[in-house]
Ligand binder design. Structure first.
Ligand code: HEC
Length: 146
């Protein structure tokens, strides 16, 4: 094999290998609903507040039991399952606290995303939701969603 051919082959291997690596390392798109391949992982990159009020701490407990299976730890969402609540859609001016009560009580018809409907959540009291709202609002605030 002459040296020129070797050089061309080496470049080709580099180009193809580099391309494959690039494909593998591409970040996931924010809207996890289209990424059935990556079911289960978090969707948003959520910064955790250093401190939570006592109401928000109680809310975190309720959230972890009743909501996190779908909305993910720290409300970061779950690929293929449910959206992050730490998201501009759910800022206070767009989804007031009442939306949380209604969502848990009646469920939610899919409208912002393609995860499907949210079923009503059994056994959540108004008190639980008050805490959950306080918790989600502190997460939102820490992440610049006001
Ligand atoms: C079985 C999965 C599941 C569980 C459990 C769940 N959710 Fe959801 N939730 C969803 C999905 C999916 C959506 C997105 C619907 C859409 O497309 O807009 C959603 C949307 C929401 C919304 C937005 C409502 C609106 O008006 O747009 C709120 C608020 C919410 N969830 C709160 C909660 C809270 C609080 C809990 C726990 C008490 C909870 N969810 C538990 C799946 C779930």
């Amino acid at each position: 094999m002459n040296n020129n051919l070797k050089l061309v082959l080496a470049l080709l291997v580099l180009a193809v290998g580099g391309g494959a690596l690039w494909m593998l390392q591409r970040p996931m798109p924010m809207d996890g609903s289209q990424m059935a391949m990556a079911d289960g992982g978090p969707i948003a990159d959520v910064k955790i507040p250093a401190e939570l009020s006592s109401l928000a701490t109680i809310g975190k407990r309720a959230f972890d039991v009743k909501c996190a299976a779908c909305h993910g730890a720290n409300a970061a969402g779950t690929q293929g399952k449910a959206p992050p609540l730490v998201h501009q859609y759910y800022r206070p001016g767009h989804h007031a606290d009442a939306a949380f009560f209604l969502a848990a009580q009646n469920g939610v018809r899919a409208h912002h995303w393609r995860f499907g409907d949210m079923p009503p959540v059994e056994g959540v009291t108004k008190g639980d939701i008050k805490g959950i709202v306080a918790y989600v609002r502190s997460l939102q605030k820490e992440n610049g969603i006001n």
